[in-house]
Design a protein around this ligand. Structure first.
Ligand code: 5GP
Ligand code: MG
Ligand code: MG
Length: 185
C-alpha cells in the first residue's frame, strides 16, 4: 500500500515552523509601519500563498481587505514555462488602492513581473510585493520586492503552501523532498 505519511517523503527541513512564524511577525510589523494611515488590499496568489496570507494577515494590526488571484505558470513539473494565464481574477477594483501582492516564492520572477504590470495597469495608488521565499534567479529580474521572508538556495522546495504534484502544501515548514518521491519508487 502506498504511504500517506508526509514525514517519509521529506529529506531535510530548510526552514522550521518557528523560523517562518518569527520572520512573518517581523514582516507584519514592517508592513504595519509602512502602511500606517493608508488603505491596504492584500492580494494572495493562489494556491501557494494561502499559508503566508493566513499567517501574515493575522499578525497585522492594520485593517486590510483580502482578495485572491489564481495564475498558472507551472505545470505539474518543477520548471517555469514563462507563460502566465489568469485562472481566477480579482473581485476588487484596484483604482486608487494600495495593493500588496502576497507570494509564496519567487523563482525566475516571470510570474511576478507579469502580475505586476497587469495589476499596475488597473490604476492602483501603489503595488508592492511581499514574498515568503526568494531564490537567487529572482535577482536577475528587474522587480523590486519590498518584503522578503528568506532568501533560499536554488533548490526545489515544498511545504508551507508549496506543492509537488499538489502534495505537501500542508507541511508547516519548508523542506526538500527525498529522491524516491521524484522517481516514483
Ligand atoms: P517563477 O515564475 O518566479 O519562476 O515561479 C513562481 C511560481 O513557481 C511559484 O509561485 C511556485 O508556484 C512555483 N515555484 C517556484 N519555485 C518553486 C519551488 O522551489 N517549489 C515549489 N513547490 N514551487 C515553486
Ligand atoms: Mg506563487
Ligand atoms: Mg506548484
Amino acid at each position: 500500500m502506498e504511504s500517506s505519511d508526509l514525514g517519509s517523503d521529506i529529506s531535510s527541513v530548510l526552514l522550521s515552523e518557528e523560523q517562518l512564524q518569527t520572520r512573518l511577525g517581523e514582516m507584519a510589523e514592517q508592513i504595519d509601519r509602512d502602511y500606517a494611515g493608508k488603505d491596504l488590499l492584500l492580494v494572495g496568489v493562489l494556491k501557494g500563498a494561502v499559508m503566508v496570507m493566513a499567517d501574515l494577515s493575522r499578525r497585522l494590526e492594520h485593517r486590510v481587505q483580502m482578495d485572491w488571484m489564481a495564475v498558472s505558470s507551472y505545470g505539474s513539473g518543477t520548471k517555469s514555462s514563462g507563460v502566465v494565464r489568469i485562472l481566477k481574477d480579482l473581485d476588487s477594483d484596484l483604482q486608487g488602492r494600495n495593493v500588496l501582492i502576497v507570494e509564496d516564492i519567487i523563482d525566475s520572477g516571470l510570474t511576478l513581473s507579469w502580475l505586476l504590470s497587469n495589476l499596475r495597469s488597473r490604476g492602483p495608488e501603489s503595488v508592492e510585493i511581499a514574498t515568503m521565499l526568494r531564490k537567487p534567479e529572482a535577482a536577475k529580474v528587474e522587480v523590486d520586492v519590498r518584503y522578503v521572508g528568506f532568501d533560499i538556495p536554488t533548490e526545489f522546495v515544498v511545504g508551507y503552501g508549496l506543492d509537488y504534484a499538489e502534495l505537501y502544501r500542508n507541511l508547516p515548514f519548508v523542506g526538500t523532498l527525498a529522491p524516491h518521491v521524484y522517481s516514483g519508487s
